[in-house]
Design a protein around this ligand. Structure first.
Ligand code: SF4
Length: 182
């Protein structure tokens, strides 16, 4: 639901949705059009179809309980690497790296790695995220990364002086040195 819309706007739609469809069974038993209508204001018609298919598969294969295994998750319709990792991390607190535009931006700046569109699929980013996850719990770590990316390590004009990571950050050190040398 957060694909294209800000959290504050999604909240009410999400709450209505889970009240009307509290589990996978209720989503599966509904007409696909009913799910589409619920999500239409978010511009997610295609995702509504996937959600219906996904709910029916979870009901059919796993009796309505989402599997905790990455391989099984990836076999479900509409579930790719990011969604399966997000489920394992946020719901189960299993250490799975979440690589998206935001986390890749932070990691790239911290460790001076080149960032481009394919960075989130690169092994070195994944390896670094896995190493970092060894130092804390996955759920809190990933929420912190999301908050940091939104509030401080923004795509342009990052607020480095306010950043708790600045003393370990290559980007900060480089820009600091350049300012000192001016
Ligand atoms: S110091 Fe700046 S570039 Fe480095 S992580 Fe913090 S906000 Fe991002």
């Amino acid at each position: 639901m957060l694909h294209r819309t800000r959290a504050e706007q999604v909240l009410e739609i999400y709450e209505d949705f889970v009240e009307r469809f509290p589990d996978f069974k209720s989503v599966c038993e509904a007409e696909p059009e009913a799910i589409e209508n619920e999500l239409s204001s978010l511009g997610l018609r295609w995702r509504a179809r996937n959600l219906h298919k996904l709910s029916c598969e979870i009901e059919r294969r796993y009796g309505g309980v989402v599997p905790r295994n990455k391989g099984e998750l990836l076999e479900l319709p509409g579930v790719g690497n990011y969604i399966s990792s997000a489920f394992l991390c946020f719901s189960e607190n299993i250490p799975e790296p979440l690589l998206d535009t935001n986390t890749v931006r932070i990691i790239g700046r911290l460790f001076n790695l080149k960032i481009n569109d394919s960075s989130r699929r690169k092994k070195d980013f994944e390896t670094l995220m896995r190493r970092l996850l060894e130092f804390g719990d996955c759920r809190h770590f990933s929420f912190s990364m999301i908050d940091l990316a939104e509030a401080v390590c923004r795509p342009s004009s990052p607020l480095c002086h306010e950043c708790p990571l600045k003393l370990s950050c290559s980007f900060y050190r480089r820009s600091h040195d350049e300012t000192d040398n001016d």
